[in-house]
Write a protein that binds this ligand. Structure first.
Ligand SMILES: [Fe+2]
Ligand SMILES: [Fe+2]
Length: 452
């Protein structure tokens, strides 16, 4: 008999209960908390991935598994339905990371406190926990025997960083090598131009967009695939671009075009930052959607531009991964041993940070100032001059994404949120909760891109 393990990945606010001994439930956590429950007599296990401590009555009724307060009782109920006994349930909890210097937002800590309170009320003992700190985690539950595994995201790089070696003198990355690599991405400049034309055109230039896109058959086919993905749930099949624009609206189509145009460059795995295949693209898209959400909320006139800025903010990582992946264990060493932010460590070890390299790329591609600034200052929004509001939106969106564990990577939450960005957008720390609350919906939009 073959025993093939089957992995079930739990997304934000997801819940899953199983009694199949070959199943493994896993989830990635930033400030969220994963709660794994197991009944070792009936071998029934379950997990819930909660995002926030508590919501209003209405919110908890609509989406119980998003909150610790309603999510844990929900999981227990599902497990009892499957045949588990409440008296035998035992818990493992993981996650609840916080941003450094995060005193106001502190979602991680608030989540942990609430989870412990609810488990205590429910009389469920916590057998194992790995919580707090400022790095993302992976939590796994093996249904066969209830074993749980908790690993830091990027644990291999961490191990290499902490290995007792005397590091040789590291050569910094040279400008020449960087520029050479950036030059190899030159064909992107054409794509970028097309994209800029599309996001700048007004609603009356639908024809122009169609003309621009129809030349590219592969792109057209992929746009249609996404229009027909379950996320949009259209009753009829979209078979051409005009129909897509009518049914989904021009802005949705623009977002799809922009995202697909950059997919090839954003989709590969980025080893240096411990981002698996597709994870970097997920982070870019997640950030783009959240930044756009903030833009709409704050009535910023060009949400498409903010979307594109969110999508491109981390492009510098692509080049640093290509030229310096072998030096990142030393970057991580600085982060872990000297408690530096990932950005400071990049600068000290490599000589350049990913925003700096991204800015060089933006210059090579002749990106407009807004996009260039968003890329250059997404970790230092107070330094933006031309478009501080857009930069602040991208900055916050990036942090929210990492808090939610989307593309958290090895840098985790070590790059702090800048209070000036919150001030500039007139965003209260607690409003960050509201953004996080919307992430499960955003993930569904991001998932729609997986059909291509
Ligand atoms: Fe970044
Ligand atoms: Fe980022």
């Amino acid at each position: 008999m073959t025993f093939e393990e089957k992995y079930y990945f739990l997304s934000l606010s997801g819940v899953y209960v199983s009694s199949a001994s070959n199943e493994v439930i896993e989830t990635c956590l930033g400030s969220c908390v994963g709660i794994a429950l197991y009944d070792s007599f009936s071998h029934i296990g379950g997990m819930v991935h909660i995002v926030l401590p508590q919501g209003s009555e209405e919110k908890e009724t609509n989406a119980p598994t998003k909150y610790a307060h309603s999510g844990i009782p929900y999981l227990i109920k599902e497990m009892l339905k499957a045949g588990a006994s409440k008296e035998r349930l035992e818990a493992t909890i993981a996650g609840g990371a916080s941003i450094v210097q995060d005193t106001d937002i502190n979602i991680g800590q608030r989540n942990i406190t609430k989870v412990k309170e609810i488990l205590k009320q429910e009389n469920i003992p916590i057998l194992k926990e790995d919580i707090g700190g400022n790095f993302g985690r992976l939590l796994r539950l093996y249904i066969r025997d209830g074993t749980t595994e908790i690993k830091f995201i990027g644990y291999r790089l961490r191990e290499a960083a902490l290995a007792p070696v005397s590091p040789l003198k590291v050569e910094e990355v040279t400008l020449k090598v960087l520029l050479q690599k950036i030059d190899q991405l030159k064909p992107m400049a054409k794509t970028v131009n097309r994209v800029l034309k599309i996001i700048e055109s007004d609603p009356f230039s639908v024809e122009e967009i169609k003309r621009e896109i129809y030349q590219d058959q592969a792109l057209t086919a992929n746009i249609l695939k996404i229009c027909n993905s379950p996320y949009y749930g259209l009753a009829q099949r979209v078979s051409n671009l005009s129909q897509g624009i009518t049914l989904l609206g021009l802005n949705a189509i623009k977002r799809i075009i922009v995202s697909l145009s950059f997919k090839d460059i954003l989709a590969p795995r980025i080893n240096a930052y411990s981002l698996k295949q597709g994870e970097f693209f997920e982070h870019a898209l997640g950030c783009a959607f959240i930044a756009e959400l903030i833009a709409k909320e704050k009535q910023y006139p060009e949400p498409e531009v903010v979307f594109t800025a969110g999508l491109l903010h981390d492009i510098g990582k692509i080049i640093l991964d290509q030229v310096a992946a072998d030096k990142f264990h030393l970057v991580m060493r600085k982060v872990l041993k000297e408690k530096k932010s990932f950005l400071e460590a990049e600068k000290e070890i490599l000589g350049y940070t990913h925003p700096q390299v991204g800015e060089m790329m933006a210059q090579q591609w002749y990106l407009p100032g807004v996009l260039r600034e968003a890329i250059a200052f997404h970790h230092a929004p107070h330094e933006a001059q031309e478009a501080p509001a857009v930069v602040a939106m991208v900055h916050i969106a990036d942090v929210v994404c990492r808090l939610a564990g989307i593309g958290c990577g090895v840098a985790g939450l070590t790059n702090p949120i800048h209070p000036q960005a919150l001030n500039l957008l007139n965003l209260k720390a607690l409003e960050v909760d509201v953004l996080i609350e919307k992430i499960p919906e955003i993930i569904k939009q991001v998932e729609a891109f997986k059909v291509v």
